[in-house]
Design a protein around this ligand. Structure first.
Ligand SMILES: [Zn+2]
Length: 295
């Protein structure tokens, strides 16, 4: 592990972790330092990579208070950030979820500006949201007319096992405790309920080439593809699949490329062949009805 780079504010970072934030085991080993001076470590036990030290709670609270764009004029302008492209991706993801979930009671965790709540409501889901910033969640709840919870995700007041489906799209790479997050997701699902996870793919072809270029000192901003400005845990599909199966006893039902439309038609074609060609992936897993037997 390496201390935060010179000039950083120590209060913005936790003490360095000595165990893995996903499997809570280890050992952990240093992988690289990115251009921001953030150290990336990896877990030898489960294979996940993570920023270490991680941001402090105070730093994250400040960051997320200004994170979500509620007004279209302030929205990012990249192709995959466009509202129509996002809405199309949410719709495709929800169609996949509908084909696998046992009912229509859905909790969308990290519901952000509420666009995904709107997409789910339009498709007939009985939807609720969760996010971390109180002001934003209040506005989103009022705008879309659905319950949006806020606070500590692990202390959500819903009865254990209430939901037919949980949705975390571009979320699980953000919390400092992804292992605990996934445990809570498992608890909130009813037996037979389905968990939808979408996230950046550290194992994609483009990210593997970027990592190789970093090792050869060919890039001016090494580790930029980790995006440590707001991502702290970095998954490959195989790492997540193994964790869901072995740590939570969940059955992985689908692994796909991101359902968002691609700008490049060649990447779109290749991504349909394998999620390896896309920079993001989706995994859907089921909580077993009877934990002693897999469906
Ligand atoms: Zn681990």
């Amino acid at each position: 592990m390496v201390a935060p780079a010179h000039g950083r504010i120590a209060a913005d970072y936790d003490p360095p972790r000595t165990t893995c934030p996903l499997c809570e085991r280890g050992p952990i080993h240093h992988r690289l330092v990115d251009f921001r001076g953030h150290t990336i470590d990896g877990c030898d036990a489960c294979g996940v990579e993570f920023m270490n030290p991680q941001y402090s709670d105070a730093a994250l609270q400040r960051f997320y208070a200004g994170y979500i764009c509620l007004h279209p004029e302030n929205a990012p302008t990249s192709h995959r950030s466009r509202p129509d492209v996002r809405m199309c991706g949410k719709g495709r993801g929800l169609d996949l979820l509908a084909s696998l979930a046992p009912g229509r009671r859905l909790l969308m965790v990290g519901c952000g500006d509420g666009l995904e709540l709107q997409a789910a409501k339009a498709r007939g889901w009985s939807v609720e949201g969760f996010d971390v910033d109180p002001a934003t969640t209040a506005k989103v709840a009022a705008e879309h007319g659905v319950p949006v919870h806020c606070g500590n995700f692990h202390e959500l007041p819903q009865r254990t096992g209430d939901y037919d489906a949980l949705w975390l799209d571009q979320v699980i790479e953000h919390p400092k405790d992804p292992g605990r997050y996934l445990k809570t997701c498992h608890r909130l699902l009813r037996p037979g309920g389905v968990l939808y996870l979408g996230m950046p793919n550290l194992g994609s072809l483009s990210n593997r080439l970027k990592t190789l270029a970093d090792r050869l000192h060919l890039r001016s901003r090494p580790g930029r593809h980790y995006n440590t400005r707001h991502h702290v845990t970095f998954f490959r599909p195989g790492v997540l699949r193994t964790h869901l199966d072995q740590a939570l006893g969940m059955e992985v039902l689908a692994v796909r490329c991101s359902p968002k439309p691609q700008k490049n038609p060649l990447v779109a074609l290749l991504s349909r062949v394998s999620p390896w060609f896309d920079s993001s992936f989706v995994m859907v897993a089921r909580r077993p009805i009877d934990p002693t037997t897999r469906a």
